[in-house]
Design a protein around this ligand. Structure first.
Ligand SMILES: CC(C)(COP(=O)(O)OP(=O)(O)OC[C@H]1O[C@@H](n2cnc3c(N)ncnc32)[C@H](O)[C@@H]1OP(=O)(O)O)[C@@H](O)C(=O)NCCC(=O)NCCS
Length: 191
């Protein structure tokens, strides 16, 4: 249906909905090991019922204005997504996240997709703060936070048990005025 082109990458951002369950499962199966190194998404989508249940949970969040899910399609194939895992309008605070299958990594698709989501969160929805939580060991995800101009605020030590290992979570965030200033600098061609 409706889609947002991601720059000149050839990829598109579209709402990821319950009827995409089969496509989501096939995509997760292509990237199960890569995606699951630091996050539990592949474990939440073990089969078609799991895919439907996960997508249904995000349909519920969207209905309650408590989160949203957006797929990234490249050459007509679902290859990843960006999301608001947590969304709290009254406080103006939300938490974003992302994933890709390995064949789609290294092209800037998540950074491009997150820029669309951040513009929407700050400009249309009036949010004040977007957080990014990533395992300390997840360098590619921390790279995304850096490219988005986020600030590293701290570390939640050994807070996340993942596949039998306690991992630490870095908290990064960008505030609305920081995002607008960085966008203006980019438009002026400054670094
Ligand atoms: C986290 C994850 C999405 C990052 O993927 P990614 O491809 O590195 O991120 P992007 O799509 O933003 O692409 C950035 C890469 O593309 C390159 N790139 C190419 N064109 C680009 C462009 N136009 N804009 C930005 N980066 C571009 C960048 O240099 C960077 O590569 P590098 O790290 O080798 O320098 C991916 O590693 C992943 O899915 N991991 C598994 C799931 C996961 O851990 N999710 C995060 C949860 S917190």
């Amino acid at each position: 249906m409706y889609a947002t082109p991601l720059g000149d990458s050839g990829a598109e951002l579209r709402p990821l909905e319950v009827w995409h369950a089969e496509e989501l499962l096939a995509h997760i199966d292509r990237g199960r090991e890569f995606i699951g190194r630091h996050i539990g998404l592949p474990d939440a989508v073990p089969d078609l019922d799991g895919a439907r249940a996960w997508l249904t949970s995000y349909a519920g969040k969207r209905a309650a204005d408590a989160g949203s899910l957006h797929g990234i399609w490249l050459d007509g194939r679902l290859v990843g997504g960006v999301l608001f895992r947590v969304w709290d309008s009254p406080s103006g605070v939300c938490e974003a996240g992302c994933w890709l299958e390995p064949a789609a990594a290294g092209r800037g698709l998540v950074t491009l997709g997150m820029r669309v989501l951040l513009d929407w969160a700050f400009d249309e929805r009036g949010m004040h703060r977007v957080e990014w939580h990533a395992s300390s060991a997840n360098e590619p995800s921390i790279g995304v936070a850096r490219r988005l101009g986020m600030t590293r605020e701290g570390v939640l030590r050994e807070n996340y048990p993942h596949r039998g290992v306690r991992t630490s979570t870095e908290v990064w965030a960008v505030l609305a005025p920081e995002w607008r200033e960085a966008r203006a600098r980019t438009a002026r061609g400054e670094r």
